[in-house]
Write a new protein. Sequence first.
Length: 323
Amino acid sequence: MMYDNRVYQKAIHILERRRESATLEANARMEEISRQIPELEEIQQKLSAIGISISKLFFHEGNKEEEFNRLRSASLALQKQKRELLVKNGYDEDALSIKYICPVCNDTGYYNNRLCACHKELLKEIMRDSIRKNAPLDDCTFETFDTRYYPEKAMENGISPREKAEKILDSCRKYAQSFNAHSPNLMFMGRTGLGKTHLSLAIANVAINKGYSVIYGTSQNIISDLQNENFGKQDKLLYTKDEVLNTDLLIIDDLGTEFKSNYSVSCIYNIINTRILKKIPTIISTNYDHDVFYEFYDMRIMSRIAGEYSTLILEGNDIRYIK
């Protein structure tokens, strides 16, 4: 499971702010309570002095156990006195302790030299936020995909668009449930407003919950950022070449709507081919049918899609228009 360095750095920054905020709140609480209970400040000074004395013991030679035990007993007695004073004055006995969001790792993000559960959840939320900037991730789940908007009337092949949508929905559920770093590639085809983006994002939701990194973007936005990166324009890039080529799951939406040029075709080929060679999954959606799509891209791209992607074709009327 591979998160980009930018995601890790953002998580570390958030954890640092959490610790700083918790410490500032504890200091403010200490000042307020000390005004109500002046004896606390004297106790705190004595505890600090004991702490310094214990530290100095490590630099002394000879038997230090007796002195250490004496200092430890004095510290425990003062801590007990502090708790009793707090309770006596109507406070919780731990009112002066730092209140971290995660009491397991104290907002460091690590526990027993491993990523804490809070750190993992934070990484997932950063992934979700990166997609929310460009797509309605929270609204697009399998539960909110309503097949009643697809026509019931059978087509020439004897299957109705609704029946077909239900089968595709079931396939996508199973795909998401078994998703891993080497899952197959998918390609959604169909006219505008038939739920291609919805199903892609529903899969993304499940993949993120499993701890996988996901990048979602339209082909136009991805190619634009990669082109800017290629020409040294590094400011405010949502997508970088390293992220696009290496994320656990890449979702390219609206393939074919990008401005066609030698660079865009070469870029799409490189993304598709590189990820196929690395055996990491990509999901593509396009509004074009097979004939138009084959006219738009050269055979290098089409042969790889034909040989390495499972195609799911949605049919019916624009659901957004119906709604």
